[in-house]
Design a protein around this ligand. Structure first.
Ligand SMILES: [Zn+2]
Ligand SMILES: [Zn+2]
Length: 387
């Protein structure tokens, strides 16, 4: 357990979610003394032993997340309600409390995966272990970032930005990472063996995470070779895919027994609809934020992530609705129809798909370009609105 805790602690620092050395992982069942060596406050040891979890993660997130989360929590009485796909799939909502005590934290954390403690930071549970706690913590940071920027733009449209909101926004901008940039460099060799297909996926996975285009265990990658589709497995971390790639025969829509990514149906449908060799799916922040800035007076408001009938674009990039998986509102029905036209597509409140006819350089370059475009467009819209 100790080894694994270290792995995910390092990921928190590498992905700039927590300042170096500042995360506290508490292992349930361990004596307070042992946990104290991890510099965990005794309240957390007590809490971990009360909850049905294997680990508990606590940290004040790094900037800009810290300012964002404190701002959102200061403006909600009981919980923050983000509206993106990671929240819908994972978190439900983010309860807020003021008291850093086992008693105050136990209730909300028995019902939710992550909790905001005003003035302190975030606590996330890990039912199955430190990886799970890491995913919940990361999803909370992602969700709050998206909500903060989405709300700001929405409030700009409605001319109701407050002085505190503007101040927090300016503070956040000071700590915003630069837009991702990509100049290629991934292996361009043709893929003619299963080993090369897997190696290409592993290499692209590391890069997509390093570029900040996806967080935790979200996103997925596939590479076609003849009639086999190599694809990252469900719940896998894209920066660490060794041993986590399924080899799915394309005539098997279930890819029986191999646990491929839950977006396997969408990948399969894209390969069937166009002549491409690789597909990337990430959750780039401004692409998600901009996909939710819809000014159409839509009857489906509240359900647009699933089934919005309106055709939308950000410049030349199509935006579609749809849910993960093979259900009636699955992305496998909406993405293939537009991805060719836009050389990529954004899914409402969720993320981006790009494809390549050659190697992953092309797909990654397009994803970076889509994210840059959305980021530019975000600040342009604010400027138009006089903010
Ligand atoms: Zn996704
Ligand atoms: Zn709609």
């Amino acid at each position: 357990m100790k080894e694994k805790t270290k792995t995910y602690e390092k990921k928190l620092y590498a992905n700039r979610l927590v300042p170096d050395g500042k995360a506290v992982y508490v292992v349930s069942g361990e004596e307070s003394l042992r946990n104290r060596k991890r510099s965990a406050p005794p309240e957390l040891s007590e809490l971990a032993n009360r909850l049905p979890v294997k680990t508990l993660l606590f940290a004040r997130p790094a900037e800009p997340y810290s300012t964002i989360i404190e701002y959102l929590a200061a403006n909600e009485a009981y919980a923050v309600f983000p509206d993106d796909s990671e929240t819908r799939t994972f978190l439900v909502d983010l309860p807020v409390t003021d008291h850093f005590s086992a008693d105050a934290l136990a209730g909300p954390l028995s019902e939710r995966k992550c909790l905001i403690i005003r003035g302190h930071g975030l606590s996330a549970t890990g039912k199955t272990g430190p990886a799970d706690a890491y995913v919940n913590f990361s999803a909370a940071c992602f969700a709050c970032f998206v909500k903060f920027f989405s709300d700001f733009l929405e409030d700009a449209h409605r001319h109701r930005i407050t002085a505190d909101q503007k101040k927090a926004f300016e503070q956040v901008l000071k700590n915003l990472s630069p837009a991702p940039a990509f100049t290629g460099g991934l292996t361009a060799a043709p893929v003619d063996t299963p080993e090369k297909a897997r190696a290409a996926i592993i290499e692209a996975g590391k890069r997509i995470v390093a570029l900040g285009l996806v967080d935790a265990c979200f996103g997925n990658i596939s590479r076609r070779m003849d009639n086999t589709l190599y694809i990252s497995k469900t719940g896998s971390f894209l920066d660490d895919l060794k041993g986590d790639i399924a080899a799915c025969p394309m005539d098997d829509p279930q890819c029986t027994g191999q646990r491929p990514s839950s977006e396997y149906p969408a990948h399969l449908a894209i390969y069937r609809s166009m002549d491409v060799m690789g597909i990337l799916h990430g959750h780039p922040l401004f692409s998600v934020i901009m996909s939710m800035d819809c000014r159409i007076d839509c009857d489906h408001r509240g359900d647009c992530h699933r089934a919005c009938p309106h055709e939308r674009y950000i410049r030349d990039i199509p935006i579609v609705s749809g849910e993960t998986g093979g259900g009636p509102f699955g992305l496998y029905k909406t993405v293939p129809g537009v991805i060719k036209e836009g050389n990529g597509a954004i899914v409402y409140g969720h993320g981006v798909f790009t494809a390549t006819k050659t190697d992953f350089n092309e797909a990654l370059a397009r994803m970076v370009e889509i994210e840059q475009t959305c980021r530019e467009e975000y600040f342009e819209r604010l400027k138009h609105l006089g903010v």
